[in-house]
Design a protein around this ligand. Structure first.
Ligand SMILES: [Zn+2]
Length: 230
């Protein structure tokens, strides 16, 4: 189980999303911080979860190139007034873009990472002082992001290689076709509430919801990195 956070350090390119007005796409340099915070005990044959525990390991940080997509608040409000539902949907979008992008880039899915974070909180963190490093960052990044008042959920895709090997620069040029393919994939998928072929396995996008509404993923945890995850 890991906790993660992503912060934009520098922006090199920016533009509208494929259709023009729904949001903006930016490309630049990111800081990705990750920390292993626990472990699960899995039965070898059945993959049954038979326990878990906490570990105290140092945080790993990487500077790399990335691309991030932020939808306009009016667009989000038009989709749903429920922040949890929006976060859950965007988490599904992050999964989908992460798994479709390698088809456009001719790379492996592990060559990219993805994350749903809050751009407004991340900006306030990196403004002014040096970039987030050290014990202060470890202690405060999570609560700071969770408590963000300005709701600006942002889908990040980043290069898994430190420094980046040019994947997200290329992806910035391909974002229009990528978003079109994402929409087609969701429409074409026969599942009702998320599956590994579209927005991700149901148990990865949140606890069950009472009534399914088409492809809407399940309700999530609160937005914000770093968050313990599988
Ligand atoms: Zn599906």
């Amino acid at each position: 189980m890991t906790a993660k956070g992503v912060w934009a350090l520098d922006r090199f390119q920016a533009g509208p999303t494929g259709s023009g007005t729904a949001g903006r796409i930016e490309q630049g340099e990111l800081l990705v911080a990750e920390q292993v915070v626990g472990f699960k005990k899995i039965k070898f044959d059945t993959m049954e979860n038979v326990g878990a525990g906490e570990v105290d390991l140092p945080q790993q940080e990487m500077q790399t190139s990335g691309l991030w997509l932020t939808l306009r608040p009016e667009v989000l409000a038009g989709i749903s007034p429920d922040r949890d539902a929006l976060v859950d949907g965007l988490r599904g979008l992050a999964y989908l873009l992460h798994h479709l992008a390698p088809l456009f880039l001719m790379c492996d899915v592990r060559d990219l990472g993805s994350w749903l974070g809050d751009a407004a909180a991340a900006r306030s963190r990196s403004r002014g002082t040096a970039r987030p490093t050290g014990p202060d960052h470890r202690a405060h990044a999570g609560p700071r992001l969770l408590a963000a008042e300005q709701f600006e959920p942002t889908v990040y895709l980043y290069d898994s290689q430190p420094g980046g090997v040019g994947l997200t620069e290329r992806l910035f040029e391909l974002i229009g076709p990528l978003l079109v393919r994402a929409r087609e994939t969701i429409r074409a998928c026969s599942c009702r509430s998320g599956c590994p072929s579209c927005v991700g396995p149901v148990n990865e996008v949140g606890p069950p919801r009472q009534a399914d509404d088409g492809h809407a993923p399940r309700p999530p945890d609160r937005l914000g990195p770093p968050r313990p995850g599988p």
